[in-house]
Design a protein around this ligand. Structure first.
Ligand SMILES: Cc1ncc(COP(=O)(O)OP(=O)(O)O)c(N)n1
Ligand SMILES: Cc1nc(C(=O)O)sc1CCOP(=O)(O)O
Ligand SMILES: [Mg+2]
Length: 211
């Protein structure tokens, strides 16, 4: 399956609505620190909007709610995998993306047959504190060589220009948070991303399959 190249990550259904209106085809809902009722309402709203737009919604962390609410995609980190019921997730038909930051995490991620592997932080991120040094583009290339046909998502400190570089290095899709949410004109910035990676016309940066 071929995934969209641009994959922004947001912390509310309101942001998901803005992304879909800007033409985004794959978006993650990453909500930390909300009560169950709020999570249910936000995931349900984001799920329905994405379906109506024919776009992919990926629910971060909340695998039980993703099952209960009939969602299609889930993203789990390594610690999330510890508590997750993978057979139940697969039985519900959920597709799964998994974070990786080092060799051991990649091995574990591949063992659960993910639908994409995320590698980060490729550049320094200000969103959250992480123990890993920036991976750099050579690591992106190495990860793609190791995972073969599994789609590779680059995350951490990305801008449209860096997204292009990550795609050229071997990523199949590129994720971003603060480059959009902290931009004075987030809609304009999302359109710039879509144009750069080729989802709103011919694209200004070729991916590896085009080189
Ligand atoms: C596309 C993508 N890649 C990595 C992450 C990080 O997941 P995780 O390590 O579980 O950390 P949190 O995002 O849950 O804080 C992600 N969410 N999305
Ligand atoms: C949520 C997340 N996960 C990462 C990882 O490396 O697993 S980096 C990251 C934050 C990405 O935000 P920004 O685009 O603002 O740097
Ligand atoms: Mg997580």
């Amino acid at each position: 399956m071929s995934l969209p190249r641009f994959y922004p990550v947001f912390d509310s259904a309101g942001w998901v609505a803005r992304a879909l209106a800007a033409g985004v085809r794959m978006v993650q809902l990453r909500i930390k620190d909300a009560d169950e009722a709020t999570l249910r309402a936000e995931i349900t709203r984001a799920r329905d909007m994405a379906r109506a737009a024919g776009a992919i919604l990926v629910v971060n962390d909340h695998w039980q709610l993703a099952i209960d609410l009939g969602c299609d995609w889930l993203h789990l980190g390594q610690e999330d995998l510890d508590g997750a019921d993978l057979p139940a997730i697969r039985a519900a038909g959920l597709r799964l993306g998994v974070s990786t930051h080092d060799d051991a995490e990649l091995e574990r991620a591949l063992s659960v047959r993910p639908d994409y592997v995320a590698l980060g932080p490729v550049w320094p991120t200000i969103l959250k504190q992480m123990p890993w040094a920036p991976q750099g583009l050579e690591r992106v290339t190495e990860w793609k060589r190791r995972i073969g046909d599994v789609p590779l998502c680059a995350i951490g400190g990305l801008t449209p220009e860096r997204g292009c570089a990550a795609l050229a290095a071997g990523a199949d899709l590129v994720a971003a948070v603060t480059d959009i949410t902290l931009n004075p004109d987030p809609e304009d910035r999302m359109r710039a991303w879509l144009a750069a990676v080729g989802e709103a016309g011919p694209g200004r940066c070729p991916g590896p399959r085009d080189i």
